[in-house]
Ligand binder design. Structure first.
Ligand code: ADP
Ligand code: MG
Length: 457
């Protein structure tokens, strides 16, 4: 058995696996030697070895035998190392669910099964609050890696609410608890990309085999494949195969399955079969909790930095859109404070975060305010904007005006118009009145505060 035979097997593979796969996986493999009917091939990395062993060793063996080589098995060794790669590493590719960034960077990412995980996205770093309690509990359960109780687990919610974080956390946890399982995390976008690549390279068999041989499949942001017909089709079949084999599937999307437009009905109904949980928009307490956790991390990074009371509360109150923005704001604040050597107080915060604070101001509408106020005081909306002057209606009306002035960018005349065509001086008077009453009448202060929070949440 000689190097020549390996050369022939290689060219045969070149014709069958597609140019792309050949270049990435087969070309870097060299023939080393044979030992007791075992052909030993050398590979540049363990990862590549795992991949080739899993996907091509049968064909390689066939190729050798077809050319008369007396081999019964193919083994792989790390090329640079004289010592054989540890048996467990090469024989148990299943345990290597996560691909390190260094491994990834040496190959075209497009061919990777799944994506690398963010080491920061663990259960430990996930702050649990009312809005994400259920999603967290479901993720924890799946991460135990015991029998599959709900399939799929479908997590949905708006941008930056922790869907990806939870999925990575599941993968991390499974890696420790069940290293025997093959866990693949992939974004729907990348799934599509790999699928198209496989079509182009005529390596659909590999693609199908790859995705249908995993134990736990996580597909992130599945709304992405809506409207992409052949990708949907393939996803559907992968999905069904895995469910039939009792393999766990975890899916995320930005909305509930039924609300994803241009997603085939059969896929929608399949996605609804398991457990569907949503991540609600964060509330004030959760945001504060996340900020506090981040601050604990930053303290080590910026020793000696002073953080004044009230800053975190201010941020949690003002930035209510998205946790990613919240984290970004805090990071910027710490970096800025340490650069200019100042303590972090409210002034610095406003100065440093003007743009974020401005853009995350939630747009509350006059109509919303009127509706909430009428509801709160149990009066009719038509009365609120109507002519009646009895105090039980006039006072709520003034509170509504005050809220409009505070929470919207409407001018006084504009607000007046929306309250039954009242004059702007009436609005001004109302706003002033509430401002006064707030400081002397605790009931009014409480009502106003409650309403404001409800409207800003
Ligand atoms: P999504 O995938 O839902 O858009 P991500 O999972 O990417 O959101 O989360 C955005 C950022 O917010 C990440 O840095 C994540 O770590 C952080 N984050 C979101 N929710 C939480 C939470 N409950 N605790 C800690 N960090 C969180
Ligand atoms: Mg995400």
């Amino acid at each position: 058995m000689t190097n020549d035979i390996w050369g022939q097997v290689k060219s045969e593979l070149q014709g069958t696996v597609g140019e792309h796969n050949y270049k990435n996986w087969i070309a870097p493999v060299d023939f080393l030697t044979t030992e007791d009917n075992v052909a030993i091939l050398s590979v540049p990395t363990t990862f590549l070895g795992n991949w080739v062993a899993r996907n091509y060793s049968d064909r390689i063996l066939e190729g050798f035998r077809a050319r008369g080589a007396d081999v019964t098995r193919v083994d792989f060794r790390l090329g640079a190392d004289v010592a054989p790669a540890s048996a467990t590493e090469l024989e148990a590719p299943r345990s290597r669910t996560i691909l390190s960034r260094s491994e990834l960077s040496s190959y075209d990412e497009a061919d990777m099964p799944g994506a690398p995980l963010d080491p920061r996205f663990t259960f430990d770093s996930f702050v649990v609050g009312k809005p994400n309690q259920l999603a967290h509990a479901a993720a924890k359960r799946v991460a135990e890696g015991n029998s599959v109780t709900f399939n799929p687990l479908f997590l949905y919610g708006g941008v930056g609410l922790g869907k990806t974080h939870l999925m990575h956390a599941i993968a991390h946890e499974l890696q420790t608890r069940r290293p025997d399982l093959r866990v693949v995390y992939i974004s729907a976008e990348r799934f599509m990309y790999q699928f198209i690549q496989a079509l182009r390279d005529k390596s659909m068999m590999d693609f199908k085999q790859l995705f249908r041989s995993v134990d736990v499949l996580m597909v992130d942001d599945v709304q992405f494949i809506a409207g992409k017909d052949s990708t949907q089709e393939e996803f559907f079949h992968t999905f069904n195969t895995l469910v039939d084999r009792h393999k766990q599937i975890i899916i995320s999307a930005d909305r509930a399955p039924g609300e994803i437009k241009d997603l085939e009905d059969r896929i929608k109904s399949r996605l609804q079969c398991g457990l569907v949980v949503d991540l609600h928009p964060t509330d004030y307490e959760l945001r504060l909790g996340i900020l506090q956790q981040k601050v604990d991390q930053y303290r080590a990074q910026y020793p000696g930095l002073v953080l004044q009371d009230g800053v975190l509360e201010f941020l949690a109150h003002r930035i209510s859109t998205n946790v990613r923005v919240l984290e970004g704001a805090l990071m910027r604040l710490f970096a800025f404070a340490s650069l200019v050597g100042r303590e972090i107080n409210l002034d610095l915060t406003q100065e440093c975060l003007t743009d974020i604070l401005k853009s995350s101001d939630r747009k509350v509408t006059v109509e919303e305010i009127q509706r909430k106020v009428a509801e709160h005081f149990n009066i009719r909306l038509s009365d609120l904007v109507g002519p009646k002057r009895v105090r039980t209606i006039a006072r709520p009306r003034q509170i509504a005006m005050w809220l409009c002035k505070r929470l919207t960018s409407r001018s006084l005349p504009d607000i007046g118009r929306r309250f039954g065509n009242r004059d702007h001086t009436t609005v001004m008077h109302g706003v002033k009145k509430i401002e006064e009453l707030k400081s002397i009448d605790s009931q009014i202060a409480e009502d106003v505060e409650l309403l404001r929070r409800a409207l800003e949440a």
